[in-house]
Structures are given as structure tokens and as C-alpha cells.
Ligand binder design. Structure first.
Ligand code: MN
Length: 492
């Protein structure tokens, strides 16, 4: 099977996601990760956007990356001039081709459009730039016009020809129709750029590849305008696993790349998102866990390790005996069969109330079933947190650590942050990393009960802990202290 190429547009179309704005440093950090992952082209931005954007593109272009660095440009000489000042290798030259766009957006004729487009191509080529000519709203353009444009643009020496399904209205059949016609005549590589408005960006990209496309346009986590672009992780894995195409990327780095983009773009990935969602390799149901433990293919489309993810088993009302035993075993809790059955019943009971069972809950249940009383190394004695419009949020805590009184205080961005930092200072002898903090309001209203869930990492071990209450600061501190106590017991 042929090796496909990737144009990643996380830094251009992805950054056009409502609410996303990256600093030049953040753009550079993502570009380095994309390059390390192995994408062929990085569309680093749209140079005309702003001085900050220009700085970002310029830094990426001068970073010495292996990937070709590109800027989006309209068919305007000023756009191309600005992109050139940023030292890019190539221009992603976008020309609207549908009657709808030409008439209502540009208000010109097709002949004028063709002339302007070819002039811009010549201008780019005169300046030694690679040109990827992209047809905006191409999927709603008559294939005859797409063919005519491809023919003339090829004579003017474009390097690639990309069809965009700009509004995400295409179907796999439509993409197949277009590319079957183009690929018969094409003397240059073809690209495709799909959007997910009807949830078909991946399917449309796959159909395009099967009809002759060799370069796919994608974004990490499917970020992008409106419903987003074709997600990098889905397109790569679907084409690899489903069709046997090859890519020169290291798929084991997908999870890390997704995490980085999620963090810097501040757009959380949906838990049920394919490949990179929190639940993509998480199993709760007893029947599934049983199958997976026997042979993972029974309930997993791909091996989580192939994308750098980890398989997880969680406890809830669908849990089976096998996962309870496996999780007890993983936590180093020894029980006999009778005790395991009793624990299993407790978990079902909690699960039926719609609650998740965390590592600290499992330990507490096991201890109560076994009749073991656990001594907490760390106990919270006092907590004071203040916030308001005239104060820097500050918190102080008094803890008993092994019976010894320890007092610490800290400021923070808010009272929760200040309290958590005070606890971190007080427990610095027990190093851990707080990798996740999550608050849910259990009931509505300002008097709502909140549930705080924390995830802590210590020496490669991940534990979860939760606490509920009407006081968000206290619930946060409780969840954290319970988690730290569990970590200490595990490292003893
Ligand atoms: Mn787009």
C-alpha cells in the first residue's frame, strides 16, 4: 500500500476554533511536537492575521524542523508578501471555486477568479515557493471547473492541488466522484481538506484517499472552525488499520500530541472521542473486561499502546467480578473469595446510585469488609481560606502528619488553588503530582453539593480519590488528603 502524506493545520484551521488563541511560544511548542511526530507539512498559520501570528510562523519556519512550513494565503499579493516575510517554504493558496462563493463572497466572475489565481501562483513560483492550491468550497464546485483549474494551475507549476469540503457538506460518494475524475488527469499530488459538520470528515477523507488523494489535511483532536476538521488521530488510524495505508509518523506519540494540544488550546477532548478520548480504552462492563483479560481484541479495535494510550478498568455498576479482583490485585489489596464477593456487592450498590468508585473508595470498602482499621498518616485539623475583591486568595492549613502538627499557608489564583498549594507544601516529604482536578455540581443552585475528583501520580502509580460536600475548598482538600494517604500506604 502507498505511503500517504500529512498536512497538519492545527496551527491554522485548528486555531480558528472559537475560543482558541495561541501565543507564538505555544505555536512553536506544538510545531516541534508535530515535527517530532513526523507530519510532512505544518500549516503554521495565516500570516496576514496579526503581528503575533507572523512572529509565531517566523519562529516555526526558522526552527530547523524537518517538515515543510506553510502559511495560508488568500489570492492576494499582500498575503503572499506577508507570508514570505515569515520565511515559509510553501503557500497554502486558497481560492474559492463554487459559484456560491465566487458570486456572493467575491462578487467577481469565474474568468476573473481564474486570472487572479494564476497570477498569484506565478508570483509565488517567481519567489521560489512551493504552492499547494486549495479550492475553497471545492466539494460544491462542478468537477468540470475543478478539472479546468487543475489543468491551468498545473501549467503554471503548482506543486499540489487540494479540494476543500469547506462547509462539511460532502458525502463519501461526492468525494469519490470528484477525485475519481481528478486523479485520472492529475500530474501532481492531490490533497483533501474536510470538515466535520455532518460528522463525516474522517469518512470523506478516507473516500478521497481511496479515489487517489495522497495528502490528507488534518488537525489534532479534530479542532477547527465550527464542528472542526478531520481529526489527525482518526484519519491516520482508520487509513492504517482499516485499509493498510502507510504513514511515516510514529503513532505511539498520538496520545501525547493530543494531550499537548488539549492543554495549550484549552479545548477539552470529549471522553468518548475516538482514539484520544479518556474512555477510548476504558472498560467497566464485566463481560467486556472478562473478554479483554482473555484476549484484548475481543473488545478493542486497536491496541492502546499503538497510539501511546493505556488500557483502564474502572469500577461502577456494570463491573464484573474479574475486574474487581484485578483492581484489588493492582492495588495490592489481598482478600479471600468471600471478601471479594462482599466488596463486589458494595461497588454495585454505590454504582447503582450513579457514582464512580475511585481507588481510595475501593481501599476503604475493602478495609471495612476485612474489618481493618486504617490509620491515616495525614489528617486535616484546620483549614482557613479567604478570597474576595481586596485580597490575594490565601489559605492556611494545619495538618497532623504522623501525629506531628504541621502548619503551612499559600496564596493562589483562587481559594481552592491556595488551599491545594498549602497542602502540597505541608506534605512535601511525600512527593506526588496532581495530574487532574475535576469538580461536578451534584445538585443545582448555589447551595449545591459539589463532588471533587483528583488524580494523583506518584512513582508511576496513578490513583484517584474523591470527596463531596457543600464547601468546595474543603471537599478539594479532603479528596487530596485522602489520595495522599493512599499513596503513602502504597509506598510503605
Ligand atoms: Mn478549513
Amino acid at each position: 500500500m502507498k505511503t500517504l502524506k500529512i498536512l497538519d493545520t492545527t496551527l491554522r484551521d485548528g486555531e480558528q476554533t472559537p475560543g482558541v488563541s495561541l501565543t507564538p511560544e505555544e505555536k512553536l511548542e506544538i510545531a516541534r511536537a508535530l515535527d517530532d511526530f513526523g507530519v510532512d507539512v505544518i500549516e503554521a498559520g495565516s500570516a496576514m492575521t496579526s503581528p503575533g501570528e507572523q512572529e509565531g510562523i517566523k519562529r516555526i519556519a526558522n526552527e530547523g524542523l524537518k517538515a515543510e512550513i506553510s502559511s495560508y494565503c488568500r489570492i492576494l499579493q499582500a498575503d503572499i508578501d506577508t507570508a514570505m516575510k515569515c520565511d515559509v517554504d510553501s503557500i497554502f493558496l486558497v481560492t474559492p471555486t463554487s459559484k456560491l462563493h465566487i458570486k456572493y463572497k467575491l462578487g467577481i466572475t469565474r474568468d476573473e477568479l481564474l486570472r487572479k489565481t494564476l497570477e498569484c501562483i506565478d508570483y509565488c513560483k517567481d519567489h521560489g515557493l512551493v504552492v499547494d492550491l486549495c479550492t475553497e468550497d471545492g466539494s460544491r464546485t462542478e468537477p468540470e471547473f475543478l478539472l479546468k483549474l487543475m489543468g491551468e494551475a498545473t501549467e503554471h507549476k503548482i506543486d499540489r492541488y487540494t479540494i476543500a469540503d469547506t462547509v462539511g457538506t460532502a458525502t463519501p460518494e461526492r468525494m469519490n466522484e470528484i477525485f475519481s475524475k481528478l486523479s485520472k488527469k492529475a500530474k501532481i499530488p492531490l490533497g483533501v481538506h474536510c470538515h466535520d459538520d455532518l460528522g463525516m470528515a474522517t469518512a470523506n477523507t478516507v473516500a478521497s484517499v481511496n479515489a487517489g488523494v495522497s495528502m490528507v489535511n488534518v488537525t489534532v483532536n479534530g479542532l477547527g472552525e465550527r464542528a472542526g476538521n478531520a481529526p489527525l488521530e482518526e484519519v491516520i488510524m482508520a487509513l492504517k488499520e482499516g485499509y493498510g495505508y502507510k504513514f511515516k509518523v510514529d503513532t505511539k506519540k498520538i496520545s501525547k500530541l493530543s494531550d499537548l494540544v488539549e492543554k495549550l488550546c484549552r479545548i477539552p477532548v470529549a471522553p468518548n472521542k475516538a482514539i484520544v478520548g479518556e474512555n477510548a480504552f476504558t472498560h467497566e462492563a464485566g463481560i467486556h473486561v472478562d473478554g479483554i483479560l482473555k484476549k484484548s481484541e475481543t473488545y478493542e479495535a486497536i491496541n492502546p499502546e499503538s497510539v501511546g494510550a493505556k488500557r483502564r478498568f474502572v469500577l461502577g455498576k456494570h463491573v464484573g467480578m474479574k475486574s474487581v479482583k484485578k483492581l484489588l490485585d493492582e492495588q495490592g489489596i489481598e482478600v479471600n473469595d468471600g471478601q471479594a464477593k462482599e466488596i463486589f456487592k458494595h461497588i454495585k450498590f454505590i454504582g447503582d446510585k450513579g457514582k464512580r468508585v475511585t481507588s481510595t473508595d475501593l481501599e476503604a470498602i475493602a478495609n471495612s469488609v476485612k474489618g481493618v482499621e486504617v490509620k491515616k498518616v495525614i489528617e486535616l485539623d484546620e483549614l482557613v481560606a479567604v478570597a474576595g475583591n481586596k485580597f490575594t486568595p490565601t489559605a492556611s492549613v494545619k495538618l497532623k502528619i504522623n501525629g506531628k502538627e504541621v502548619t503551612e499557608s499559600s496564596t493562589g489564583t483562587g481559594p481552592v488553588d491556595a488551599a491545594i498549594k498549602a497542602i502540597e507544601h505541608a506534605t512535601r516529604d511525600f512527593p506526588f503530582e496532581l495530574t487532574e482536578y475535576h469538580v461536578d455540581s451534584i445538585s443545582g443552585g448555589t447551595d449545591a453539593l459539589v463532588q471533587v475528583m483528583v488524580k494523583l501520580k506518584s512513582r508511576g502509580r496513578i490513583i484517584t480519590s474523591q470527596s463531596a460536600g457543600a464547601d468546595i475548598v474543603l471537599a478539594s482538600v479532603d479528596a487530596l488528603v485522602n489520595g495522599i494517604n493512599l499513596i503513602i500506604r502504597k509506598t510503605d
